[in-house]
Design a protein around this ligand. Structure first.
Ligand code: ADE
Length: 249
């Protein structure tokens, strides 16, 4: 998969994609990230990419022309269609499901805004989808693009060490992840839950699902409300609730 990022800070996005699992995915040829600076497509001596907003108001707006040229150059740099995604707080909220869908595409072009944003006419003509990484405002789209590149990159087949780890992620089944433990078995006064040391794989799977359900109930009831739980899962959640309520007194 190839991801082209249109940004005034191409080095930032490239550097963020060089570390960890995503860096390894790039080294293995599973993912390629390229930066495009709209300043390189500005036509005046000052390499201007922003202007004052019509109608007045604070801040500057990114101009259509340098962004359009940068997007077109990014698209033309490789074969095949590329979906153009603009990162902005006005976008639809990014979810793991959307990340999984985007990770199946051969190409993406990510557009990062700065200042007050991007001239709306560019969004209307060139952007296929607007995405937000959360209900807060960053000073630019670069961190959001880096988040998206990371979330996609780790899903590329072969990027994660253990093929099962992506399937076990939080959100991949609509639930939060269960707690994890490693050595030592006793840390200060705290022991690892005994079931995890039992070697009973069915009991461990049951415990993990119960924890996932319980954590989602406690921390993200909104997610749980959207899950269709079968009778077994409902019974496990009920068991978790009972134990949790009993421990509160
Ligand atoms: N740019 C600024 N804030 C953002 C956000 N929350 N998500 C995506 N892009 C952004």
């Amino acid at each position: 998969m190839r991801i082209d990022v249109v940004t005034v800070f191409p080095d930032f996005v490239a550097e963020a994609a060089r570390v960890g699992v995503v860096g390894r995915a790039q080294e293995r040829g599973l993912l390629a990230v390229h930066g495009w600076n709209p300043r390189d497509f500005a036509t005046d001596n000052y390499r201007t990419i922003d202007g004052r907003p019509f109608g007045g108001g604070p801040g500057m707006v990114m101009l259509v022309e340098p962004l359009r040229k940068a997007i077109h150059a990014a698209k033309a740099a490789a074969e095949g269609p590329a979906r153009v995604v603009y990162l902005s707080p006005q976008g639809a909220r990014l979810t793991q499901r959307r990340v999984e869908e985007l990770a199946t595409l051969p190409r993406l072009v990510l557009l990062c805004g700065r200042y007050e944003g991007v001239d709306e006419r560019l969004i209307e003509r060139e952007v296929d989808e607007e995405l937000s990484i959360g209900d807060y405002v960053l000073s630019g789209g670069e961190l959001a693009a880096a988040v998206l590149v990371d979330a996609i990159g780790r899903l590329r087949e072969g990027a994660l060490g253990n093929a099962q780890s992506a399937a076990q992620d939080s959100f991949s089944d609509g639930l939060l992840d269960c707690p994890h433990y490693s050595r030592p078995e006793r840390e200060g006064g705290d022991a690892v839950p005994a079931v995890l040391l039992s070697g009973d794989h069915a009991a461990i799977a049951r415990w993990r699902l119960k924890q996932k359900l319980g954590r989602t109930w406690l921390r993200r009831p909104d997610l749980l409300a959207r899950c269709e739980l079968d009778a077994g899962a409902r019974a496990l959640l009920e068991e978790f609730r009972r134990e949790w309520l009993a421990a509160q007194v």
